[in-house]
Write a new protein. Structure first.
Length: 315
């Protein structure tokens, strides 16, 4: 069992580190081929940062472990909102600037409600997944418009001219990043299944907690870095965007591979907790320009209670 735990941890490390390499190299490749800066910010970076969750869930779906696909995506939403935003905003409450955060928050609520509705019959079919992919495309178009409107953000990714050595290095990091995420995903899934059997809990519980926490580490790192630099509102906006992609991209792409099984626990516990967290996060922000410590403490307490209940009912 010690070997299983070590391999599981190795999988987490590979997924997180591979995700970092993949994001950085993806942006550099886009710069190399002079893709529009707005496209880099709205599409390349957004999708690349969600790559760990997407590859883990798609890999699980390919192997027939679709409950892990769902658990990873929904668990990441719960972890992003309850743990990441909870902790960072307790330390320093975020000031919410502009109307686009509110718009994205409402979109997130709508997307999650659509997903919950099509999940009610216990299955996410290929047709359902097409709906999620269409939502993904619509969100990317909207995000492109938002970044074009915010002229100051378009300069974040400046064009660069890379010599042959740097191009080779970028391609190497890109391939290494993808390879690390894929290998790490398989280690996570295979050893996560063994870990679930040893503890005596379903695979979905491991994916909702441990695997979801692992794939959310990039968001946690980004949030803490933004907090250190005083950009707390940036981390809040990034997590709202990541949560939208967890539904539209991660679950949409996983469902295209194999129909996703929705368990009763998802419907009566996981989805309601995730939606309640999103309400606690978004509703107050519609009327005031910050995420308060009260909201953050509520989110963190709800996350802790959820994890306790999750393991309690299966032990």
């Amino acid at each position: 069992m010690i070997i299983t735990i070590l391999l599981f941890c190795l999988g987490l490390i590979l997924v997180v580190k591979g995700g970092d390499l993949f994001v950085e190299s993806s942006v550099n490749i886009a710069r190399t081929y002079h893709l529009p800066e707005i496209f880099i910010g709205a599409t390349i970076v957004s999708i690349a940062t969600t790559a760990p969750e997407a590859i883990v869930s798609v890999t699980a779906a390919t192997a027939g472990h679709t409950t892990m696909s769902v658990g990873n995506a929904v668990g990441s939403i719960i972890c992003n909102t309850g743990l990441v935003l909870g902790v960072t905003n307790i330390i320093s409450p975020s000031r919410i600037k502009g109307k686009f955060f509110r718009l994205k928050s409402l979109i997130l609520l709508a997307v999650f409600l659509i997903f919950s509705t099509i999940s009610y019959d216990g299955l996410i079919t290929t047709k359902d997944s097409v709906i999620l992919i269409i939502i993904l495309l619509g969100y990317i178009i909207l995000d492109t418009y938002i970044l074009r409107y915010k002229n100051n953000q378009t300069s974040q990714y400046k064009r660069k001219i890379f010599n042959l050595r740097k191009k080779v290095k970028t391609i190497f990091f890109f391939i290494t990043g993808i390879f690390s995420i894929i290998v790490g995903s398989n280690l996570l899934i295979d050893n996560g299944i063994d870990l679930a059997k040893f503890i005596g809990v379903p695979e979905s519980v491991i994916s909702l907690s441990l695997i979801a926490f692992g794939t959310s580490l990039p968001e946690l790192t980004t949030a803490l870095t933004a907090l250190k630099k005083g950009h707390t509102s940036l981390s809040a906006g990034n997590i709202v965007g990541a949560n939208i992609l967890n539904v539209a991209l991660v679950l949409g792409s996983s469902g295209m591979v194999s129909s996703l099984i929705i368990e009763r626990q998802n419907l009566v516990l996981d989805f309601p907790v995730a939606f309640l967290m999103l309400l606690i996060l978004t509703i107050p922000c519609l009327f005031k320009n910050k995420i308060s410590r009260f909201q953050s403490i509520s989110l963190l307490i709800l996350y802790a209670l959820y994890i306790c209940i999750l393991y309690r009912i299966h032990m």
